[in-house]
Design a protein around this ligand. Structure first.
Ligand code: MN
Length: 255
């Protein structure tokens, strides 16, 4: 494991690219935890559609932009452009990055879960070597994957994301066949249409008060809910809206 003190240093590129007065993305101020092994894939409609593939390691989210998205098809090789590490708070960011800002566009949480390195023990070291083998246990992605560096173009490292042939392999599997968020059930269009309803506003976060919480619990699978003076239309309420750590909302990405 990389020492804890490395995480702030690793986030310098992330911070330099963004104006946190204008973007709802997280600034990354939380003390990083070194032991987490979450992964997230975000569908990001920026200048070009891509999927941001992020693996938690060493107190940051190692990140790649995958234009065609990950796949369970073991015959496919997906281009994955290595991009700057992201803060852990980015893990469940869903929202809209304003036009004119870095990565301007809408973002949904397309998949999430946990990952385990299978070849070696140190993900940071494996990433530096350009050869990372791992298992994913997500809602959509399962099984054995690899990320392998192939070279660089225009100053950007080009990698390939592969799904190994295993019991989860499905020929022709296409991420675009699964358009909704695993966090909120919303599509990119729905997030774009109502960014204020995403849990990613740049105003200070507050947990719902007891009255608001009771109203939320009283809803079925969908309904409208008053929160901080706003009327929110909620769907797919079997999803977790407020993570147990209640560390607040987070936000989107690059390219
Ligand atoms: Mn992105």
């Amino acid at each position: 494991m990389a020492p804890r003190s490395k995480a702030p240093e690793r986030l310098q590129r992330y911070k330099a690219k963004r104006d946190f007065a204008k973007t709802p993305e997280p600034a990354g101020g939380q003390a990083p935890e070194e032991t987490g092994n979450r992964f997230v894939v975000q569908r990001h409609r920026a200048r070009a559609l891509h999927y941001d593939f992020r693996l938690e390691a060493g107190g940051v989210l190692l990140s790649w932009a995958v234009p065609k998205g990950p796949t369970l098809d073991s015959n496919a090789k997906r281009l994955a452009v290595h991009v700057e590490d992201h803060p852990l708070e980015y893990f469940d960011f869903e929202g809209v990055i304003p036009g004119g800002q870095y990565g301007g566009g809408d973002v949904i949480v397309w998949d999430w879960g946990t990952w385990t390195i299978t070849d070696g023990t140190d993900p940071i070291e494996a990433t530096e070597k350009g050869d990372l083998h791992f298992d994913l246990d997500g809602e959509r992605l399962h099984g054995h994957f690899a990320l392998v560096r192939r070279g660089a173009r225009g100053g950007k490292e080009q990698w390939l994301l592969l799904h190994k042939k295993d019991e989860h392999a499905v020929d022709g599997w296409d991420a675009e066949d699964y358009p909704s968020s695993v966090k909120t059930g919303r599509t990119n269009d729905e997030v774009k249409a109502a960014p204020a309803a995403s849990w990613s506003g740049s105003d200070n976060w507050a947990a719902p008060n007891s009255e608001e919480s009771a109203a939320l619990e009283g809803l079925g699978k969908k309904g409208s809910w008053g929160f901080r003076g706003r009327e929110l239309q909620l769907t797919n309420l079997d999803k977790v809206l407020f993570p147990a750590d209640s560390s607040g909302p987070r936000s989107p990405s690059e390219i």
